[in-house]
Design a protein around this ligand. Sequence first.
Ligand SMILES: [Zn+2]
Length: 271
Amino acid sequence: MYPNNTRTVGVHEYMYWYLVTAPVMVSHRGIALADNNLLRRDQGSQHSPVTSRISNLSSRGGGGMELPGLVFIGDRELLSPCEPCDVAKISSPPNENLQEQLRMLKACQKAYGGIGIAACQVGWRTRIFCMGIDVDDEAARARYPDAKPFPHQFWVNPSITPHMEQGTSWFWEGCLSVPGMRGWVERPNAVHMQGWNENGEPIEAELDGLPARVAQHEYDHLDGVLFPDRALAGTLLPVRAFEDDRQDKWPENWPTPGARKTKPGGFSEVK
Ligand SMILES: [Zn+2]
């Protein structure tokens, strides 16, 4: 049952798989990409605000907005808890700077093809994430072909409570900060969420299915947890393992029943 049989993927397993797609070097906390193009453009101080990183903007645009680059696995900033957001600043004028950063975060999610993104993934170390899939979001649906659209939403300082009585399921998770990889992760099917929205208004929701899955993944980012730490041992795979008909050739019932038939974006019930 979750989470007891969810084992941590070892560094050596991760290395094995990542050697398929990119050179790696092992840091004392994990894996860092050796490709300089994929390394963080900004190696600034740990808690510098995102606005101080504008000089390191990515060239990829988001509706004309200049966007910060992604923070990748191996960067220690992804491994420590984020600071709470001062919610009063969201709703009290003038709040243009914060609203601009929220728009930036949503634009980053779309530009990088995410179905969710946490602020710390673009160097903004606050407890905020956004998620959602538009009907016409081809980039996100290319990464998760079986994912169904759901409304875009911001969560500020969220709290999350799993509904364990509603069971768990498996999903081939990926992450913008762990490029080119998928891992088989078991999580509760449904959660209760509480927090604030982009207007500083208190909100709560009962989530299930894909929104519940993404919310749990993004919430983990706020606590410095990445999905490889949740993945079943031996299941961290390069995306090419899912391409063409390779997935159909996996062993029956590996790594759990249903996994071979579950495309990224779909779910497999626990059997
Ligand atoms: Zn992620």
